[in-house]
Design a protein around this ligand. Sequence first.
Ligand code: K1U
Ligand code: ZN
Length: 171
Amino acid sequence: MIRPILIHPDPRLKKPCEGVAEVTPDLRTLALDMLETMYDAPGVGLAAPQVGVLSRVIVMDCIKDGPPEPLVLLNPRVIWSSEDVNVYEEGCLSIPDQYAEVKRPASVTVEWMDLDGARQERTFTGLWATCVQHEIDHLDGKLFIDYLGPLKRQMITRKMEKLKRERARMA
Ligand code: K1U
Ligand code: ZN
């Protein structure tokens, strides 16, 4: 099922999320719905708070050409970050059509629990590294615009307020 994606500003996008204690049928449904919602958008990642669920769950697939590689990460945690950084023009499904350069570690090692309850660990590079850090930020109530200066951030927030007013009028 495709779930509606919250648009900034929304208080649910600013709250730290709760850890996942165990894999339940509801959690599996959430993860599958998030993957369907991400592919439909389309996007390369999605975090549970973006669909209004304040749990530490993210999904990703940064493969642009070739067979899909969906990943579901529960309680993801960065355990190593490279010294070298990457600048990437980021977007966000909760901030449609707005892009800005963000500097982050170029590679990160992340540990997480998978849908079988097993511990996983992987070192991400390139777009995968940018995306996993962007998604973990969502779980901590942080958006990519929080890395920008106050003027640019305020300008984007005002555009999103206008977009939400227009969408509410059309509904
Ligand atoms: O968390 C999100 O809002 C998803 C976001 C993830 C992301 C993108 C780029 C850099 C960092 C994090 C997106 O997926 S925005 C859409 C997007 O980038 C994209 C969409 C289709 C094809 C390729 C990229
Ligand atoms: Zn985002």
